[in-house]
Design a protein around this ligand. Structure first.
Ligand code: FAD
Ligand code: NAG
Ligand code: NAG
Ligand code: NAG
Ligand code: NAG
Ligand code: NAG
Length: 531
């Protein structure tokens, strides 16, 4: 996300243009476009928000919010039009007109969906793009804020910090993620052990339902309000905005990053990390990231584990806590940096010390690389012999890398049924597998995706079973999917139980109540009924 995208954008624009021009004579598109002005307010002309393929800015609007190059190829289906809503009434009009003219809508906020579901469909579709709706209204007196769906996490963090050094919001690490999709899927980050997920800190929302009505918590009722807090985006309606609780953080927090290789005893340290990371004070979050590195002997490979920490307190307290609870890591005062919480968000994003927090205001700039991510949950400590096997498998699956995130703390206090997100008490770690590449073409894509799938298969003995669970925000079509235009109930059960466990049943019930005709659908949406 740090490199300029101009080159990639222009290469792909040329390819796109030839593909997209072919699609412009769809009668339902004409009817849809005619319908829009008569369903929105003349004081907010919707014409300014509409991009058809004939518009010279069509490609740049489409490409800017595509995060994954896997869904930016000449054969990727393109939308018939993009509505970049400038006012809430434009969202209402898009829903009403798409529904009455039989067009599918894909809703996009930050465009970070791992499988591109916010901007790709196999059937004729339009994109409802939310990036212009990004106001952030902070009320420090009540320690709350209203944030619109198109705001990025970086903008939310920045605006909070611009008002207060001792407030924060628990959400993800990448600053260009959109609030619309992120919070819809749970939203987790480094404050999870202290304050839970983003959805645990959402207290109201504004949604456009399938009839085009704007609802808030009171008018939507508690069932729908429950479902939108983690049940996944684009199944229940369009999120216009969230009302969030700000949480308190100290004026100075402490961060560290410590690397240990196998030669330096990483296996023992990691084994000990498994024992303590979920039991430590809620103020301390330590992520472990194993990845393949060069060994000390030329030509050999090893595993290097990076331990990233955030402590909501000062370094002296942290060091004495670590000496008592996790001395194996050997954390030194010199590893620790004290900074404002807002600066810690840059540290976690691997930006160099001293980077201006203004980078948090950068908008997405298009896709950097091709990638595939997968997830797992672990509920038993993995024995040392198994860790040795895992490291060997990782070396075979290079350049795949892993991220282990400890749960516990506040997460264990919130019941599994409080929100659709079910992986709480009794879970130890959330795992993410990740692989990215820059070579073009299907051969490279197939090769890299096979590597991450093989690694995921090989991890089966160590992770949750029946079902093998997954994190909704780490969307993965390998775990089950339906066709673009028709939710397949048997398939929906596959992915639904993995993402939501028993909460899937309640999600289906809510869907049946609010969208019985299944207008809001995609490859992993919630079906309105059992069949
Ligand atoms: C680099 C990177 C880092 C990440 N880090 C984290 C992390 O630390 N923690 C974490 O929890 N997740 C993380 N994620 C996953 C991320 O939270 C999800 O991909 C999330 O869905 C992205 O939201 P978005 O608005 O950017 O995506 P989009 O692609 O715009 O949307 C994602 C889904 O939500 C739907 N949707 C979007 N906006 C709305 C709306 N307004 N109303 C209804 N539905 C909507 C879309 O149709 C789509 O189905 C990361 C992803 C990436 C690419
Ligand atoms: C930060 O706040 C100050 C005043 O409180 C304001 O002038 C400035 O514009 C704000 N910065 C941003 C980027 O919103
Ligand atoms: C690892 O070693 C290979 C040669 O064995 C070398 O080409 C590569 O640059 C090294 N990588 C790093 C990160 O040092
Ligand atoms: C980080 O930057 C600050 C000033 O920006 C400096 O005082 C501090 O020493 C730096 N820390 C490290 C570990 O580089
Ligand atoms: C998913 O994988 C990509 C590519 O490796 C990476 O940039 C991204 O940060 C990963 N997602 C998370 C949440 O780490
Ligand atoms: C889904 O799309 C396919 C192919 O475009 C079409 O044949 C089928 O009738 C569609 N089904 C529904 C329910 O719209």
């Amino acid at each position: 996300m740090k490199v300029s995208m101009t080159v990639i954008l222009s290469v792909f624009s040329a390819l796109l243009l030839s593909v997209s021009l072919a699609a412009n004579s769809d009668p339902s598109l004409d009817n849809f476009l005619k319908c829009l002005p008569s369903n929105s307010l003349p004081s907010y002309p919707i014409s300014e928000a509409i991009y058809t393929t004939a518009n010279p800015s069509f490609e740049s609007v489409l490409l800017t919010y595509i995060n994954n190059r896997r869904f930016l190829t000449p054969t990727t289906p393109k939308p018939l039009a993009i509505v970049t809503a400038l006012h809430e009434s434009h969202v209402q009009a898009t829903v009403v007109c798409a529904k009455s003219h039989g067009l599918q809508v894909r809703i996009r906020s930050g465009g970070h969906d791992y499988e591109g579901l916010s901007y790709v469909s196999e059937v004729p579709f339009v994109i409802l793009d939310m990036f212009n709706l990004r106001s952030i209204d902070i009320d420090l007196a009540s320690e709350t804020a209203w944030v619109q769906a198109g705001a990025t996490l970086g903008e939310i963090y920045y605006n909070i910090a611009n008002k207060s050094n001792v407030h924060a919001f628990p959400a993800g690490v990448c600053p260009t993620i959109g609030a619309g999709g992120h919070i819809s899927g749970g939203g987790y980050g480094t404050l999870m052990r202290k304050y839970g997920l983003s959805v645990d800190n959402v207290i109201d929302a504004k949604v456009v339902d399938v009839k085009g009505n704007i609802l808030d918590r009171q008018t939507m009722g508690e069932d729908l309000f429950w479902a939108i807090r983690g049940g996944g985006g684009a199944s229940f309606g369009v999120i216009l905005s969230w009302k969030i609780n700000l949480v308190r953080v100290p004026a100075k927090v402490t961060v560290f990053k410590v690397d240990r290789t196998l030669e330096e005893g990483a296996t023992d340290i990691f084994y000990q990390w498994q024992q303590v990371s979920t039991e430590l004070d809620k103020e301390l979050f330590i992520r472990a990231m194993p990845q393949v590195a060069n060994g000390s002997v030329e030509g050999t490979k090893t595993i290097r584990i990076s331990f990233y920490g955030l402590f909501l307190g000062q370094s002296g307290t942290l060091i004495s806590m670590m000496n008592k609870r996790f001395p194996e890591l050997g954390l030194q005062q010199s590893d620790c940096i004290e900074m404002r919480w807002i600066e810690s968000t840059l540290f976690w994003f691997d930006l160099p010390n001293g980077t201006s927090i203004d980078v948090l205001l950068n908008r997405p700039r298009g896709a950097q690389s091709f990638y595939k991510n997968k997830s797992d949950y672990v509920n038993h400590i993995v024995p040392k012999e198994a860790l040795e096997r895992i490291w060997k498998m990782m070396i075979k699956a290079e350049p795949m890398w892993m991220q282990w995130n400890p749960i516990g703390g506040r997460m264990s206090e919130i019941p599994d049924t409080a929100t659709p997100f079910p992986h709480r008490a009794g879970y130890l770690f959330k795992l993410q597998y990740s692989i990215n590449w820059r070579e073009e073409g299907t051969e490279a894509t197939d090769r890299y995706i096979s590597l991450i799938r093989e690694m995921h298969d090989a991890m089966a003995p160590y992770v949750t079973k029946f079902p093998r669970e997954a994190f909704q925000n780490y969307r993965d079509l390998d775990i089950g999917s339906s066709p673009s235009n028709q939710t397949n109930f048997e398939e929906a059960k596959e992915y639904g139980l993995k993402y939501f466990k028993g909460n899937f049943l309640r999600l289906v019930k809510v869907k049946g109540m609010v969208d019985p005709d299944n207008f809001f659908k995609h490859e992993q949406s919630i079906p309105p009924r059992w069949m």
